[in-house]
Design a protein around this ligand. Structure first.
Ligand code: GUN
Length: 285
């Protein structure tokens, strides 16, 4: 039976570290990090995420500024807001909750965020930095996954690492972070042939597919570390990952639950990035 990787515990440790550093920053320099969270429309999942992000800001001692815009906001209006936030010294990090409504070009908005305030690490400048391993900000979800793998004491160097999913937000940067730690990385996606066989070679398997119970027991090597980035809502309303947890946990050495695995880590890493942004913008790193 696999050991559970407790994302709530690991994320609480990261947030505690951020909180301690924030107290010092406020006491010694009079700087309180600030995160602006922009939400457009009333997507219920986005609302839940945004509330969690604001709550985490309060927990670690940051200021948070919410901008809730109507669903029919134009691209020009959103870009104007981002430009205003770019120039606001109280705002160290800017996060536009995705997805944005269809009339808005997400890339146009992401490209407007000043790279030094891009705490999601979605701006092409920061994506480029990730490629060359010279990080300003680590992308939140992949960075959280790395913390979870490290919490197991698993050596990454030389291991077969398989990432299922090639999104810009998770799959691609995930592969880069594992590669920078000298993993032998394979990225699988919807067109991959023999996906099961490739996964079966993985010492470390990261599933970011967006399909409930996609990873089954027969695709997993005995003793593998299995990280489930999926967050799928079943018809009965229950949350479920990309991994058939019940059966895969019999084979894996370590596995993340959903919920309570990767989810809380993403927000903890966002807090870390916002702290880094505040320090950098005040010439402290
Ligand atoms: N929507 C789903 N995940 C994310 C994320 O990590 N950042 C932003 N901005 N939007 C998201």
């Amino acid at each position: 039976m696999a050991n559970l990787i407790d994302g709530k515990k690991v994320s609480a440790d990261v947030k505690q570290r951020v909180k301690n550093e924030t107290e010092k920053l406020i006491a010694e320099k009079g700087i309180t990090p600030g995160l602006a969270v922009v939400i457009v429309g009333d997507d219920p999942a986005s609302r839940v995420y945004v509330n969690s992000k604001k709550k985490a800001c309060t927990e670690v001692g940051f200021n948070s500024y919410e901008y809730a815009l109507p669903g029919d906001t134009t691209q020009e209006e959103l870009v104007e807001l981002v430009n205003k936030l770019n120039e606001d010294p109280k705002v160290n990090g800017i996060l536009c909750q995705l997805p944005l409504p269809s009339q808005i070009d997400e890339n146009a908005v992401i490209n407007t965020i000043k790279a030094e305030k891009d705490v999601d690490a979605f701006h092409p400048f920061n994506v480029g930095k990730i490629m060359i391993g010279e990080y300003a900000f680590l992308p939140c979800t992949p960075a959280g996954v790395m913390e979870l793998i490290d919490s197991t004491g698993t050596e990454i160097s030389g291991k077969n690492c398989v990432v299922i999913g090639r999104s810009n937000i998770v799959g691609k940067p995930m592969a880069m972070l594992l590669l920078h730690r000298s993993g032998t990385v394979t990225i699988c996606h919807s067109k991959t042939q023999n996906l099961g066989e490739i996964c079966k070679n993985a010492d470390i398997l990261v599933a970011a597919v967006g399909k409930a119970n996609f990873v089954t027991e027969d695709m997993v090597k005995e003793g593998a570390v299995v990280i489930d980035v999926g967050m799928n809502r079943l018809e009965n309303g229950k949350l479920c990952g990309d991994v058939d947890f019940q059966n895969v946990s019999r084979k894996a050495s370590y596995i993340t639950p959903v919920p309570g695995g990767v989810g809380p880590m993403t927000i903890a890493m966002l807090m870390q990035n916002t702290l880094t942004a505040a320090k950098a913008q005040n010439g402290l790193i």
